[in-house]
Design a binder for this molecule. Structure first.
Ligand code: BTN
Length: 324
């Protein structure tokens, strides 16, 4: 593991490194460098070998770093509330935090790569090594799961705030919690709840953000997507963005606990990409056609179906083609 880290640290700059240099770091001969790198490094890293120049990781990498993340939270009192764990490879950060559900709130797990990342509705969530954000945070709610109505929508708002602070504007939310930039998916949220309806419950807040999708990952994503690199045209600062996300989560969770979804109704409406658009909602094996009409006080989607306002707790929404 230490050997892989050493090599990744060398190659993280995206520049070419000679076979001699890498051979010395790996403890192998120059001629064995390529095979050794292929064996050690994750296949989603785009490793280039050019005769006479050496080896590089296309686009470089910003490896996860606890100090940089804490610095970006930019508030020692907030930073004190988290216990940050950085993993190289993990099945799923959400599964990991779920397995630690009785830890104190504020446990945060981030990983360079998930091998079994989970999306909503049982889907898989793909991420390349070192190129995305996979973050899960544990939080405790004393009031029972009935007080959590709308939590996932509010977490979406926190993600948008963090992206705005990073310098990405024009971000919107698609009910229930897709993070959208110009009609393309930039990220998603998976909230998992343990505990019972009446008593205290524990929540795992999982956030996945596309930071720099590699060509390997492109083929694994079957919807219109974008990433931070494409939007900004600059090398992404993953640690800074994670710090900004944690900061916004730590600020928004107490507000949500005190005031509930009602305090965020206006902000949701500003960000709601579906509002007043013709949509199709797939739910319970049925297709509902109508005009999206925002959310109700507990975060259900409102759909105007020929003058009748219906509310839906779950489902998959698509915007009808040919609509504005
Ligand atoms: C979705 O849009 O379907 C939700 C995707 C959520 C992905 C994140 S990545 C970090 C956390 N760990 C997981 O396994 N899933 C969530």
């Amino acid at each position: 593991m230490a050997q892989i880290r050493r090599i990744l640290n060398l190659l993280a700059d995206g520049q070419f490194h000679s076979g001699e240099q890498l051979g010395a770091a790996l403890g192998v001969s120059r001629s064995a460098v390529w095979q050794t790198l292929k064996r050690l490094l994750d296949p989603t890293l785009e490793l280039h070998a050019v005769r006479g120049r050496g080896y590089r990781i296309a686009g470089g990498l910003e490896l996860l770093d606890a100090n940089s993340i804490v610095t970006a939270i930019n508030d020692p009192a907030l930073a004190k509330q988290i216990a940050l764990e950085i993993h190289d490879t993990i099945d799923s950060t959400n599964s990991y935090v779920l397995s630690k559900i009785n830890n104190p709130p504020g446990l945060v797990c981030v990983a360079e790569q998930q091998t079994a990342g989970r999306g909503r509705r049982g889907r898989t969530w793909f991420s390349s090594f070192g190129k995305n954000i996979a973050l899960s945070m544990l939080w405790h709610f004393p009031g029972g799961s009935t007080t959590l109505a709308g939590l996932s929508l509010v977490i979406g708002i926190a993600v948008v705030n963090a992206l705005n602070n990073y310098g990405i504007h024009d971000v919107a939310l698609k009910w229930p919690n897709d993070v959208i930039y110009h009609q393309h998916k930039l990220g998603g949220i998976l909230i998992e709840i343990a505990g019972d309806a009446g008593g205290p419950c524990q929540v795992v807040i999982g956030i996945g953000l596309n930071v720099a999708i590699t060509s390997v990952a492109e083929n694994a994503i079957n919807q219109a997507w974008t990433d931070v690199h494409t939007i900004t045209g600059k090398n992404p600062q993953r640690n800074r963005l994670i710090g900004l996300l944690l900061r916004e989560l730590l600020l928004i969770l107490p507000q949500f606990q005190t005031h509930g979804l009602a305090a965020f109704a206006n902000r949701w409406q500003q960000l709601d990409v579906l509002y007043d658009r013709p949509i199709v909602l797939e739910t319970g094996g049925k297709q509902i056609h109508g005009i999206a009409a925002g959310i109700d006080s507990v975060g259900n989607l409102l759909v105007n179906n020929n003058g009748e306002l219906q509310r839906f707790h779950s489902g998959e929404v698509s915007v009808r083609l040919g609509s504005k």
